[in-house]
Design a protein around this ligand. Structure first.
Ligand SMILES: [Zn+2]
Length: 378
């Protein structure tokens, strides 16, 4: 059996421990490496100079994956925790207890799933909640932090002895309960700080519908500070660019966006006029067939020309830097010519389209296609 030192002192960063089984997976008489559970990841760190990359528990024994170590049974080894990760895990984890407890207490909302992600912590809740109520919960959660309430750890012989808690557990026999008085009481095997103040801050980021539940994204502790710093930097840079301040930033952006839309509309109008002239210049009449070749068009241009010419019986070849459109009078000879190129052709009888990349010799393709069309129609 391994003594779980991480429960005695979750702030301990380093201890000496004795090797009691050797190999790639080492067991010590005691450990500061949490094995993972309750939504919290296992700890990582060092055993002397060797990396502890994984920790797990089996039948009361805790095994540490330490590749290429030279430990022998009886050796005294220095275990060093990656404490930044542990503190982050504890801040996010206790933050979840606080939020889940308050959601249950004030709105009878259940936490049905919890995950500490790299960027955000997510909690799936079983009921919808308004932004106003979420802000209320966020305020309450931060009040719990300011009050620096003691986090208590209670052991019970069975869940019956523990009584009814926020959520049931499947654990048989002895159970560990974590209590934040007046806020939350729940079965949990994770590592937690002794006081809520360690969580630092709780910020809810967003809520999204997730299948039949709602997913809450939030961050706690140092993550909240880092996020605020990053967002402050972004807002500061935007204010510099727009000559605004935090209060006028959004209205300045709206004005700019409206101006952009107006410019785009007038550009499109002008572009259409230019395209009409371009089409007129490029139309060749050959014994009743019109062939148009225009290159360097944008997707917008192509769509406009096709729309204008949809009632005219002509062969049109239009191409942009990434796609080719061929429309009207596409007979089987032309189709066979195109097929030779093994292109991914989309479209109908009247209009076909394919995309091409840089390796495709578009000028060569168009030149030969032109010859093909002339042979057919001229
Ligand atoms: Zn917990």
């Amino acid at each position: 059996m391994t003594e779980k030192y991480y429960y005695l002192d979750p702030y301990k960063k380093e201890i000496k421990a004795k090797v009691i089984s050797e190999g790639e997976y080492v067991e010590f008489d005691k450990t500061i490496f949490f094995v993972g559970g309750g939504g919290q990841d296992f700890d990582t760190g060092y055993a002397n100079e060797f990396v502890v990359s994984e920790v797990y528990e089996k039948n009361g024994h805790i095994y540490h994956k330490i590749s290429r170590n030279d430990f022998k049974v009886g050796d005294i080894v220095s275990l060093k925790l990656n404490y930044e990760k542990r503190l982050d895990d504890m801040q996010q984890h206790l933050g979840e207890h606080i939020l889940a407890g308050l959601l249950k207490k004030h709105f009878d909302i259940d936490n049905v799933g919890f995950h500490i992600g790299k960027e955000y912590v997510t909690m799936d809740i079983n009921k919808e909640i308004s932004i106003k109520d979420l802000e209320f919960i966020e305020d309450m959660a931060n009040e719990v932090i300011y009050k620096n309430i003691e986090v208590k750890f209670l052991m019970y012989k069975s869940k019956d002895e523990a009584g009814k808690l926020r959520k049931d557990t499947a654990v048989k026999g002895e159970v560990r309960v974590v209590e934040i008085k007046g806020v939350d009481k729940i079965y949990c095997c994770g590592t937690h700080p002794f006081h809520t103040g360690v969580v630092g801050a709780i910020k809810i980021i967003k809520i999204k519908k997730n299948k039949k539940n709602y997913r809450l994204f939030f961050i706690c502790g140092k993550r909240a500070l880092k996020d605020y710093r990053n967002k402050n930097k972004i807002v500061g840079e935007l204010n510099n660019k727009l000559s605004s301040d935090d209060n006028t930033l959004l209205s300045k952006f709206d004005t700019l966006n409206n101006q952009k839309k107006e410019i785009k509309n007038s550009y499109n109008e002008l572009r259409k006029k230019y395209l009409d002239i371009l089409v007129e210049k490029n139309v060749n009449t050959k014994e009743g067939h019109l062939i148009i070749y225009i290159k360097d068009l944008s997707e917008f241009d192509i769509k406009h020309i096709l729309k204008c010419m949809r009632n005219i019986q002509i062969t049109i070849v239009l191409y942009s830097s990434e796609s080719v459109y061929i429309t009207k009078n596409i007979n089987s000879n032309i189709k066979n010519y195109i097929k030779k190129y093994e292109l991914d052709i989309k479209g109908s009888e009247d209009i076909i389209r394919f995309n091409y990349d840089k390796s495709f010799e578009i000028d060569k393709f168009i030149k030969k296609l032109e010859e093909e069309i002339r042979r057919e129609y001229v």
